[in-house]
Design a binder for this molecule. Structure first.
Ligand code: CP
Length: 305
């Protein structure tokens, strides 16, 4: 199956997702045997205008383990020619001369779309703006759910946090909407709830969902708790008690024995480290899956040439 750029989750059909998961399983084996040299002629540029630990390092590690090489800038907002006023479109056309794919985290929503519109090499959206998408995170999240829950159809998933600007929450919601009998719970302070475009999409797809401002009635019924950060600074109503969204060992007691807790990370206070030792805490396994899924995505882009 062919894809040129990875800009948003909606691009991924169920057959494409299943192909990606097959390749991801293969990549686990490739890493276990020390990597491959199959892509030694390929060069990937990582162009990050915003800070990142997981996405940048996992893409760069993915490229090394495929035998390829990387071009990287630590903070493109400071160390690229944007400081001299260069347009994103110009930067992309220049960098594309030197590589076979560009992994782009841009500070403006729609940045990846703009880059893809003019780039001769694949653009991979590594997160755009505050309320855009982070499709490769969504895909590794979906892969983690598939691996841990051994299913995608019929799952109930609680997505918690500042969802209005939750790139990962948005990308995951689009992906889950492709499967059967999914039930989504969006749990956030009212002023930070998921945006209407996602709800309109779920309505079109006939996906069942519920909005809530607290976890109490929901946490005990779901298969997946997808936790994200809420920054107090973003609240207009500072009196809202954010601790009610946190997961600690008391919340664990209410959860199903076979449920999982996920988080795209980095976390702040919303998951107590005392939870880390519980087998349901899947967030570090989820981050590890980022390496395998990103290796698989790079091969899908390179193999189509
Ligand atoms: N999950 C995620 O995107 O993390 P980074 O910001 O560290 O890349």
């Amino acid at each position: 199956m062919k894809i040129k750029h990875i800009v948003e989750s909606q691009q991924f059909t169920v057959p494409l997702i299943l192909e990606l998961f097959e390749r991801t399983d293969l990549m686990k084996k490739v890493v276990a045997r020390g990597g491959t040299k199959d892509y030694e002629k390929k060069v990937m540029a990582s162009l990050f205008y915003k800070p990142s630990t997981r996405t940048r390092f996992s893409f760069e590690s993915a490229m090394y383990r495929l035998g390829g090489r990387i071009l990287s800038t630590e903070q493109a907002k400071e160390f690229s020619s944007e400081v001299k006023g260069e347009l994103l479109e110009d930067t992309i056309q220049i960098v594309a001369n030197y590589c076979d794919a560009i992994v782009l985290r841009h500070h403006e929503e729609g940045g990846a779309q703009r880059a893809a519109a003019i780039s001769p090499v694949p653009i991979i959206n590594a997160g755009d703006g505050s309320g855009g998408q982070h499709p490769t995170q969504g895909l590794l999240d979906l892969y983690t759910i598939y691996n841990e829950c051994h299913a995608l159809d019929g799952l109930s998933v609680a997505i918690i946090g500042a969802l209005d600007q939750g790139r990962t929450a948005r990308s995951l919601a689009y992906l889950l909407s492709k499967f059967e009998r999914i039930k989504l719970y969006f749990i956030a302070p009212d002023e930070l709830q998921i945006k209407p475009d996602i709800l309109e999409h779920l309505d079109e797809k006939g996906v069942s969902y519920q909005l809530s401002s607290n976890t109490d009635d929901i946490i005990s019924k779901v298969d997946v708790v997808y936790q994200t950060r809420i920054d107090k600074e973003r609240l207009k109503h500072k009196e809202i008690d954010l601790t009610k969204y946190n997961i600690d060992t008391n919340v664990l007691k209410k959860m199903k024995y076979n449920s999982i807790i996920m988080h795209p990370l980095p976390r702040s206070v919303e998951i107590n480290p005392a939870v880390d030792g519980d087998p349901r805490a899947a967030y570090f396994r989820q981050a590890r899956n980022g390496l395998y899924v990103r290796m698989a995505l790079l091969t899908m882009l390179f193999d189509k040439e």
